[in-house]
Structures are given as structure tokens and as C-alpha cells.
Design a protein around this ligand. Structure first.
Ligand code: FAD
Length: 363
């Protein structure tokens, strides 16, 4: 039996879900999206991500499980498919207790605690000895993570799906149920998977008012300081962040950032950009030559992305809208890559339940 499936959205959530589903030849998949890999747009979060694996899910939560389940998949892709644009990189995490109640401090609270669940997941986890910590830093740890060059990885996912027979088409929908009528075979889709990220707030048939953005501003530079680095907060503002990530395969180094909730502006703020560059050099002087300041940074571009946050957490759930079976997979905030496979496994198992019910109904 053939299953006609529409995946709506071509960010990391849609592409990972389509990639898993395309491995079963009985699934005929159409990926429909307003934005595709190669585009840079404020409505499209995925290209802007660092992107690395820095777990933030609270121990025991579904979020924890999604991140736990994603590490082996990212590790396997890194080892087996160098053309996917992911490499292993050491990462240093620094925690200041005084950041505990800020937006960035809360976002990173699991990541920065001295004895986190992920210490047994990622390789080479160890605490930084207290005599090596800068003044004001309460604890620190290092481990081996991955850094994903999103400009290479997203097209790689498209390529894997196309190789498995999936069809990609540009389309913009006002209502989710309309996507069921746009399957490339001309037949109605058995199920639509909603991976529209922040746009689930305005998409007809979904209209999820729990969705809101956390604005992330970045500077991409050619300088390469070595290991990745991140802190629990900064002294420049409660919604400003500090992270440094060098992407695989010539993708440059991402200097971040910010975590500005409910801020929809897609225009880089140059004052914030200056603060980002200055504090990255303060914490990691090897970014530039000795004695240099921000003039030593070789800037590729300034950028802004909106993390698709959801009050109450990510939505992975079955639904029925105007008679169309839907599986939602959206609301991945600042963790869409590091939870991508875990979330897609959950979405795929809901799709299977819907397809099994369909085959039973036909018997
Ligand atoms: P999106 O990438 O936004 O994709 C949505 C898709 O839906 C697009 O294709 C869009 O065109 C389509 N769409 C929407 N509405 C419609 C419609 N009506 N009709 C047709 N198509 C539609 N995560 C990590 O794991 N690690 C990191 O290091 C990391 N760093 C980040 C840094 C920054 C600065 C930012 C902004 C984010 C970061 N993230 C990181 C988070 C991550 O980028 C997001 O969680 C993830 O990209 C969300 O992906 P998505 O596929 O759900 O949504």
C-alpha cells in the first residue's frame, strides 16, 4: 500500500521528518514550503542557527528524551557522511550563579549545572578545575560536541530525501487543510505534517497563540578561535547571550548572541553587534591577533533569526482539521537541531498510527 504524505515546512524539523519517512519506499512524500534551503529570511529560523549540540532539556522531560535520542543520529552522520557539513568540536561552558534568574540563565540552566544528565551522552565530559576559572565564574565544563554548517547540512538533507524519491515544491498556504490537496501525485494526502515553526501562530487551522519569538542576533566571521564556548549570561543585559561556534567545512565562526523574547525585528542592531563582538573577544582573546579589538574580526555578515518558542513546550501531537489528519511538529525554540531526530522519531510514530488506522479502515 502507498501512503501519500505532505510535509509542510523545509526547516530542520520538516527536513528531518521527511528524511526519516522517505526511508520507507511505501511513503510518497511531497515537501511543500515557502522557504527552502538557500533562502535567508526572518520567517525561516533554520539557516541562522549556530548550530551545535548544547542540551537544555530538564532531566526527565520529553525535551530531555528528544535531545538524548538526537545525539547518536548526529554522531553517526558526522562520522559516516562528511559531506553533510557537521564536525566534532570541543566546547567550553561557563556558569555564573548570578545569571540564574535572567532569560539566558534560565534557558541554559540544565546546560550549565555542574552535574548534568548529558555528561554520560557526549564524549570527553569533564569539569574545568576551579583554579582555571575566570573571576566571577562559578563552575565550568568541557566536552566534545558537534557544530553544524547549516548552509551545507540543510541541502544535504534535501538531497537525501530527493534520492529516496521525495518531491520538493514551493507553496504558501493560508490554511493547513489546503496542503492535503497539493500532493505531487494529484491525490489527496493521507496525512499532513505541520513543521511551520513560528508561522504556526498565524497559519489557518492551527492559529497557535502560544507561539512567540526569541530573537537571536549573530555576527558571522572568518576568524577561527578553536573550541566552541558559551556562558550562562553577560553583564550587558538579561536577554543578551555569549557563544562562539566554528562551523564545519568553511562555514565561518558564529558569534552570538541574544535571546530577546517577543521581539520580532529582523534588522541587525549595530549597537548589539558591537557588544557581541567585544564580549566574545573578552572571553576568547584568541579570536583576534594579540593586541587587537573588534577591528581584528573579519566579518562575513550580520544576521538575525527568530527562535520559534512555545509556552508549554514543543507541540508533537495528532490533530484533525477539516477532515484532514495532521501531525504537528513545531515550537523548537533554540534547540531545533539538537532535538531534531528525537522530535522527528516522535512525529513519525504518530504518522504510523494514522496510517495503520487508514489500512485497518480499508480492510
Ligand atoms: P523553520 O526553520 O522556521 O522552518 C519553517 C518552515 O515552514 C519554512 O520552510 C517555512 O517557509 C515554512 N512555512 C511556514 N509557514 C508556511 C506556510 N504558511 N506555507 C508554506 N510554508 C510555510 N538550535 C540548535 O539546536 N542548536 C543551535 O545552536 C541553535 N542556534 C540558534 C541560533 C539562532 C540565532 C537561532 C535563531 C536559532 C538557533 N537554534 C539552534 C534554533 C533552531 O534554529 C530552530 O529551533 C529551528 O531552526 C526551527 O526549525 P523549524 O524547521 O521548526 O522552523
Amino acid at each position: 500500500m502507498t501512503n501519500n504524505i505532505v510535509v509542510l515546512g523545509a526547516g530542520v524539523s520538516g527536513l528531518t521528518t521527511a528524511y526519516l519517512l522517505s526511508q520507507d519506499p511505501s511513503n510518497k512524500i511531497t515537501v511543500l514550503a515557502k522557504h527552502m534551503p538557500g533562502d535567508y529570511d526572518i520567517e525561516y529560523a533554520s539557516p541562522w542557527a549556530g548550530a551545535n549540540y548544547m542540551p537544555v532539556g530538564k532531566e526527565g522531560s520529553a525535551h530531555h528524551k528528544w535531545e538524548l535520542d538526537t545525539w547518536p543520529a548526529l554522531k553517526e552522520i558526522t562520522e559516516k557522511y562528511p559531506e553533510a557539513g557537521i564536525h566534532f568540536r570541543g566546547t567550553l561552558i561557563y556558569n555564573r550563579k548570578k545569571d540564574q534568574e535572567t532569560d539566558t540563565g534560565k534557558w541554559f540552566s540544565e546546560l550549565t549545572q555542574p552535574n548534568p544528565w548529558y555528561k554520560d551522552v557526549v564524549p570527553d565530559f569533564k569539569s574545568v578545575p576551579s583554579n582555571q576559572l575566570a573571576p566571577g565564574v562559578d563552575n565550568g565544563q568541557e566536552f566534545t560536541s558537534v557544530c553544524i554548517n547549516t548552509a551545507v547540512y540543510l541541502p544535504w538533507l534535501v538531497g537525501q530525501c530527493v534520492k529516496n524519491g521525495a518531491v520538493f515544491e514551493r507553496a504558501v498556504f493560508k490554511h493547513i487543510a489546503d496542503a492535503a490537496n497539493a500532493h505531487h501525485t494529484g491525490q489527496k494526502a493521507d496525512v499532513v505534517i505541520n513543521c511551520t515553526g513560528l508561522s504556526s501562530k498565524t497559519l489557518g487551522g492551527v492559529l497557535d497563540d502560544k507561539m512567540y519569538p526569541a530573537r537571536g542576533q549573530i555576527v558571522v566571521v572568518r576568524n577561527d578561535p578553536g573550541p566552541m564556548m558559551s556562558t550562562s549570561g553577560t553583564d550587558d543585559g538579561e536577554d543578551e547571550a555569549l557563544y562562539i561556534m566554528t562551523r564545519a567545512a568553511g562555514g565561518g565562526t558564529i558569534l552570538g548572541g541574544s535571546y530577546q523574547k517577543h521581539n520580532w525585528s529582523g534588522i541587525p542592531d549595530m549597537n548589539l553587534a558591537n557588544r557581541i563582538m567585544k564580549r566574545c573577544i573578552d572571553v576568547c582573546p584568541s579570536l583576534v591577533k594579540e593586541g587587537q579589538g573588534i577591528e581584528g574580526l573579519d566579518i562575513i555578515r550580520h544576521g538575525v533569526g527568530l527562535r520559534p518558542l512555545r509556552e508549554g513546550g514543543t507541540r508533537i501531537e495528532k490533530d484533525k482539521v477539516d477532515g484532514v489528519a495532521i501531525v504537528h511538529n513545531y515550537g523548537h525554540g533554540g534547540f531545533g537541531y539538537q532535538a531534531s531526530f528525537g522530535c522527528a522519531y516522535s512525529a513519525v510514530s504518530l504518522v504510523k498510527e494514522i496510517l495503520q488506522n487508514k489500512s485497518r479502515a480499508k480492510l
